[in-house]
Design a protein around this ligand. Sequence first.
Ligand SMILES: NC(=O)c1ccc[n+]([C@@H]2O[C@H](COP(=O)([O-])OP(=O)(O)OC[C@H]3O[C@@H](n4cnc5c(N)ncnc54)[C@H](OP(=O)(O)O)[C@@H]3O)[C@@H](O)[C@H]2O)c1
Length: 340
Amino acid sequence: MTDPRNRVVQVGRFGGPDGLEVVDASLPTARRGEVRVRVLASGLEYTDVLIRRHLYPQTMRRRLPFVMGYDVVGEIDQLGDEVTGFQVGDRVGDMTVVGSNAAYRTLRADRLVRVPEGVDPAEAATLILSWTTAYQLLHRAARVQRGQRVLVQGAAGAVGQALLALGRLAGLKLWGTARGAQAALIRELGATPIDYQREDFTRVLLDGFDVVFDGIAQNEYRRSCAALKRGGLLCAYGYSAGVQAQRRMVTMLMWIARLYLWRWLPGGKHARFYSINVMRARHPDWFRDDLERLFSLLATGAIRPRVAERISFDEVAEAHRRLEAGGLAGKLVLCPDLKP
Ligand SMILES: NC(=O)c1ccc[n+]([C@@H]2O[C@H](COP(=O)([O-])OP(=O)(O)OC[C@H]3O[C@@H](n4cnc5c(N)ncnc54)[C@H](OP(=O)(O)O)[C@@H]3O)[C@@H](O)[C@H]2O)c1
């Protein structure tokens, strides 16, 4: 029998989506402590845009070319030596930061999270980066309390939608900024929409929000801070506005560093920056527990992540263009088995 063929999406040149290449690659072999998976689904995220543009701290030292792909749901097709607890055919997921936009890849067995039977692999893949980020922002970083008044910036985005859905389960009162055309989606997710092109979110609540989640960094996070009540908390986790405005990495890192100085300002407001990679490195057990919890919420139907489209390898560059253009109402997920 001939070996199956491997294909990967690699960055050949930092910059625009035309620097991406889909190429044939050799089939990897699982080494000691590893499994090989046939990839069923791998999400495409705005964070991939940062990586492709060479604006992502965790991948700044990567040499070209390298394979893209932040997360993976796959079926084990080979076990390396000394792997216990898994069998060929098991479905598993992991957050890999790079390397998962592929037909096959190897993964460390000790980092795998089991994907429950019967769940859709593309929906499961959306939970790994975007929903785990949202879950940890709410319950690990901000430690929200039922009844708190919370503003979600970029609420129609991948993390934003997850923040609203999980925030509703946590009993929060929610507002979400999004373009006007997404107002119905924001309402459906249980929040009050605020049109970011027409309305001023700093004037929505006279006494301010308890917590603001901001992955956009419009105005260097200043207006999100202005929307807080006395003693409120700003949880920043991204800087899409800086990327769109083609700001330099060092400039955006300074915005983040400055957040920690705001606690000395009058009004007792606090700000912090959340990174899923930093939290996973410090608390690998939290990552596993939180992703397992999300997988079981998916299995029971308590959450319904939106997949905007399942795409094939040949559509990945176009998917990156769509991510940058905005206006998506769900995630784009690479499903290697799909034919164009
Ligand atoms: N720190 C971490 O661990 C972590 C984890 C995951 C993601 N992130 C970062 O978080 C950010 C968001 O990620 P994502 O995957 O949710 O991205 P996404 O799916 O592209 O969502 C971003 C959303 O923000 C909206 N938006 C753009 N400008 C806005 C503005 N001025 N006001 C309000 N909304 C605005 C976009 O709306 P339109 O469609 O209308 O443009 C879009 O709905 C990215 O920068 C990503 O890199 C960080």
